[in-house]
Design a protein around this ligand. Structure first.
Ligand code: GLN
Length: 536
């Protein structure tokens, strides 16, 4: 079968859940036995989101091959279990950068470089790149932003051209919003009609419309939208609010979204979707009998900043028959004086990743509380580094111990820059990024958690490292370095064996937990928690 291309665009408003719809469609096609990849094209000028503050676009997700990407790639991986690569995340900045670099090399032989055709050609090349490198049945391309944004125009022009060039092998799914006017008691389709007209004005006729709504849409309304927008009634699908994002694929499948797409792309005799493991996950999720409260200690008070951690905890909760309730604890407001009150009722603590000084002492207080009160604690990246700092200060007795990131003059730099990072002058894309090997110490808790394998691979995103000069001192006093990078000798995991569950990882396990393959560290962490007493 030739590769089929599905473009997903959005209209009316942002944050309608295009990423979830893309991930859901990917899952549905994959569950029918097809090879699928999902990629995201973002219209902003940053080369990648690595330099963005999480308040701008939420968490920065990292692929195994070391690309810093939009958090939607996390949804793609969690839904399908298929790893994405640097080719799955493209921004306007990256497109322009490669065109301009080519221009400087003289590759354009004296031509004037223009948005059309040079930028649009580069967009088209990148859209086709994944399938040029390996055989794929379906490539789903999500276009970030909303129709009508100035920045989106070159992407839409590239799609228009590709739909023409690829003839029947390409189609467009457009996601819009149907608002409910409470005063009139009516659902309004006009914004959808306007958005589709805008798309048509750019030469793109949507094949399928997914209508995001908070209220059930009747058949009449769907017929009306179909009629005004030149699409078949069965190609108008609704996506209403559901208790969990993981129910979205099932809901879309029931309405025939995948079937309509297959028909539209001329794929006959498609196998039926096999969603049994997915249904099992949803069943387990609904059955969860116990509740655990987990403190998420971080400095970004918005959900999206810790997306992958929240999802990883939810996966682990489901498979442990536990309902995970996470409580965001602002590290800037956490002190020794209030820590008992803030963390006292928690079954477990996650000390979050992050950058910079703000809220750092609160993270150290959380580590100290978890360690001295035997509360299961997971430290991730900066969280692990603060576990190390806290231990150095309060157990090893180095009162000024710190990370060089926070205190350039500390005499006990237990976390420090690696040699190769010292000469780095550019911030973008220069951290230790992507998957690295890690050798586990036989007999350690973490080795047991990973099923007694000795070599694992996990994804990184950091500049600073455990300072190995202190390793002996830490081990002697009860914090063991149980995960080591075999090539560099860098410390990747610390644990305190005398504690109930106290593990810090320099890497980010949250990037690789998926619905059908929950991550062992999160599984073990959630399992170690004491559930709340049952309600009387
Ligand atoms: N700021 C720390 C470093 O760069 C930790 C980064 C992180 O938590 N992702 O090493």
């Amino acid at each position: 079968m030739d590769t089929k291309y599905i473009f997903i665009t959005g209209g009316v408003a942002s944050s309608l859940g295009k990423g979830i719809v893309s991930a859901s469609l990917g899952l549905l096609l994959q569950s029918r036995g097809y090879s699928v990849t999902i990629q995201k094209f973002d219209p902003y000028i940053n080369i990648d989101p690595g330099t963005l503050n999480p308040y701008e676009h939420g968490e920065c997700y990292v692929t195994a091959d070391g690309q810093e990407t939009d958090l939607d790639l996390g949804h793609y991986e969690r839904f399908t279990g298929i790893e994405t690569t640097r080719d799955n995340s493209v921004t306007t900045g990256r497109i322009y950068l490669s065109v301009i670099e080519r221009e400087r090399r003289g590759d354009y032989l004296g031509k004037t470089i223009q948005v059309v055709p040079h930028i649009t050609d580069e967009i088209k090349r990148r859209i086709l790149l994944n399938a040029a490198k390996r055989p794929l049945d379906f490539v789903i391309t999500e276009i970030g932003g909303t129709i009508g944004d100035i920045e989106s125009q070159p992407f839409l022009e590239a799609i228009r051209q590709l739909r023409w060039e690829l003839a029947g092998s390409a189609m467009n799914v457009h996601l819009t919003y149907v608002p409910y006017l409470a005063a009139a008691g009516e659902l309004k389709t006009k914004p959808t009609q306007t958005s589709v007209k805008q798309l048509q004005g750019l030469g793109i006729q949507p094949d399928v419309l997914v209508l995001r709504t908070e209220h059930e849409l009747g058949t009449d309304l769907r017929r009306k939208v179909a009629h005004f927008c030149n699409v078949a009634v069965e190609a108008v699908v609704q996506s209403q609010d559901l208790p969990s994002i993981y129910e979205v694929p099932i809901n879309l499948n029931r309405q025939g979204l995948d079937t309509v797409c297959l028909q539209r792309l001329g794929v006959a005799d498609a196998p039926l979707p096999r969603l049994e493991p997915w249904f099992r996950f949803l069943r387990l999720r609904q059955q969860a009998a116990e509740t655990v409260d987990i403190a998420l200690v971080g400095k970004y008070d918005l959900q999206d900043a810790y997306k992958s951690i929240l999802e990883s905890l939810a996966h682990a909760g489901t498979y442990n028959n536990r309902n995970v309730r996470t409580h965001f604890i602002h590290s800037e407001q956490l002190t020794r004086a209030n820590v008992q009150e803030r963390l006292g009722a928690m079954s477990g603590i996650v000390v979050c990743p992050g950058f910079g000084q703000r809220g750092i002492e609160g993270k150290i207080v959380a580590c100290e509380y978890g360690r001295t009160h035997d509360v299961p604690t997971l430290g991730i990246c900066l969280g692990m580094q603060m576990m190390v700092v806290e231990f150095a200060r309060n157990v090893l007795g180095h009162a000024d111990a710190h990370s060089r990131e926070m205190d350039a003059h500390t005499s006990h730099n237990v976390i420090d820059l690696m040699e190769e990072q010292k000469s780095v002058t550019q911030m973008g894309g220069t951290m230790r990024l992507g998957a690295y090997d890690c050798q586990l110490a036989e007999g350690s808790r973490t080795w047991g958690i990973y099923g007694e394998v000795t070599l694992i691979r996990e994804r990184h995103r950091h500049r600073y490292e455990f300072n190995s000069l202190y390793r002996g001192e830490f081990e002697q006093r009860g914090m063991h370095c149980v995960g080591i990078n075999p090539a560099s000798g860098l410390v990747e995991i610390v644990e305190v064996p005398a504690h109930r569950w106290y593990v810090g990882t320099q890497f980010h396990p949250e990037y690789s937990s998926t619905v059908l393959r929950p991550h062992p560290l999160f599984m073990s962490f959630v399992q170690s928690l004491t559930p709340n007493p049952p309600n009387p």
